[in-house]
Write a new protein. Structure first.
Length: 258
């Protein structure tokens, strides 16, 4: 019996652990079969990130990350994808302060020039988005709305209308990490979201294993894994393993593409 398709969104922190190594990791994830790649622009106070991603962000900032360098990284990554005919879509994940400091329109223009598909900005809500949703459309970018467990039905419908081609459903309250269980409560929550939305769901926040991805096949079309990828990158660096090969194998295994 053929398995139901499921797409994966991988995650890296730009310049963690270095410019070149994060490029290698990104290529490995994409070549391993990830449909999307979330590239995080680190911020000094990442309020939604658990310890794994927060530590990677801190290391990236210490090594000199700034927004211009982030865009230079994205341009290099897009070029590498084109050269290898990789179709993985790149999204920037970051926080509102980064956009404000750089200038929202300038940020979106640079993102588009660097071949970015869309953005995920967790702390810019629909009613206080500084026109991010409308400006993203102007620049041909997908700004992805987030739905959380405490989002009411009317707001779900508004977020669904405003979002890009899919919606990001936060699997649980709290910070990122490994604390999410694919249980009856989560499945009921996903069904509630589906009842009040029309766009495909990307489920993230604490998804960390192949078994969870298998359990979500046929339930959601996209799963998002963050901390698991950043942890794997850190482990490869610590053990002096080839990042591109290791992340390629890791991603293929998650999607059971052997």
């Amino acid at each position: 019996m053929e398995k139901k398709a499921i797409q994966l969104m991988g995650h890296i922190v730009a310049l963690f652990p270095s410019f070149g190594e994060s490029l290698e990791a990104a290529l490995g994830i994409a070549q391993g079969g990830a449909e999307y790649l979330e590239v995080q622009f680190p911020f000094s106070d990442p309020n939604a990130d658990g310890i794994v991603i927060a530590s990677a962000c801190e290391e990236s900032l210490k090594s000199g990350f700034n927004t211009d360098l982030g865009f230079e990284f994205l341009c290099r990554l897009s070029e590498a994808f084109r050269e290898r005919e990789i179709k993985t879509k790149i999204l920037i994940m970051t926080y509102g302060n980064i956009l404000f400091a750089y200038g929202i329109e300038k940020f979106l223009k640079r993102a588009r020039e660097c071949g970015v598909f869309g953005l995920i900005v967790p702390d810019l809500s629909l009613q206080n988005d500084e026109n991010l949703f409308s400006l993203s459309k102007k620049f041909g970018l997908e700004n992805i709305a987030l739905i959380a467990p405490n989002t009411d039905f009317k707001r779900m419908q508004k977020l669904d209308r405003a979002s890009g081609s899919f919606i990001y459903v936060v699997a649980r309250n709290g910070i990122t990490g490994d604390g999410t269980a694919v249980d009856s409560m989560l499945l009921e929550y996903i069904q509630r979201v589906k009842k009040h939305t029309t766009k495909p769901i990307a489920l993230g926040f604490g998804i960390h294993s192949k078994e969870q991805i298998e359990a979500l096949r046929g339930v959601v079309p996209i799963v998002v894994m963050g901390s698991a990828f950043v942890r794997r990158i850190a482990k490869c660096v610590e053990q002096k393993l080839n990042l591109q090969n290791q992340l390629y194998e890791f991603t293929k295994d998650l999607l059971d593409k052997y």
